[in-house]
Design a protein. Structure first.
Length: 197
């Protein structure tokens, strides 16, 4: 336990620390030091996971801005970009599932920008598999951009590079955007070639 003179600073440091210290101290006095340490560590883990999952954010950009999308007129029609920031682990895996519900009516390409992702765990990889399957059902291609060495190794270890296709994993956002623009143009050309009744 911290010395008594440090208590005011710890209690003002944040809600989790302000909650954890009195609980651990109370358990030490009322029950047992072993129980206090065990409960304290479990609570600290819970607060850490919650704080980390809150740190992960995904921002959506689309050419035709929807209600939750940032307008991006520079994007080709049918291309959506999701910028992932923060650790991509089980605590944030539901954010990927939310992408599926946010996708536009007819996306041709979905760019997942991973430049600020330090790592990807198995649960997040599974969510990416589900997103890939959803994109295929809709006729859209999933493109991964700005992926650093560590997340790229994580994707490879979970079999996602093979699933998505290495030709759809780009070192830069600009390369992915160029590829997506080609997909969008091909789709527009096909759509114009089909006679309407």
């Amino acid at each position: 336990m911290a010395e008594l003179r440090h208590w005011p600073h710890i209690l003002r440091a944040g809600r989790s620390d302000g909650f954890l210290l009195p609980v651990a101290f109370g358990l030490t006095v009322l029950v047992d030091l072993t129980w206090a340490v065990t409960i304290g560590v479990l609570l600290a883990m819970f607060f850490f996971v919650r704080r980390m999952s809150e740190a992960t954010q995904i921002d959506r950009r689309a050419a035709d801005s929807g209600s939750e999308a940032e307008a991006a007129p520079d994007l080709p029609k049918g291309v959506e970009v999701y910028d992932v920031r923060g650790p991509f682990f089980f605590g944030a895996a539901t954010l990927i599932r939310d992408i599926d519900s946010q996708m536009g009516v007819e996306p041709r390409a979905l760019i997942l920008r991973l430049r600020n992702v330090p790592f990807i765990d198995a649960t997040a990889a599974f969510s990416l598999r589900e997103l890939h399957a959803s994109c295929r059902k809709r006729g859209a291609e999933l493109l991964l951009a700005d992926c650093h060495t560590r997340p790229l190794a994580d994707l490879d270890r979970h079999g996602l590079l093979e699933l998505v296709g290495e030709e759809r994993v780009f070192g830069s956002y600009e390369s992915a955007l160029g590829y997506a623009a080609g997909i969008s143009q091909e789709f527009s050309a096909l759509r114009q070639a089909v006679p309407r009744h």
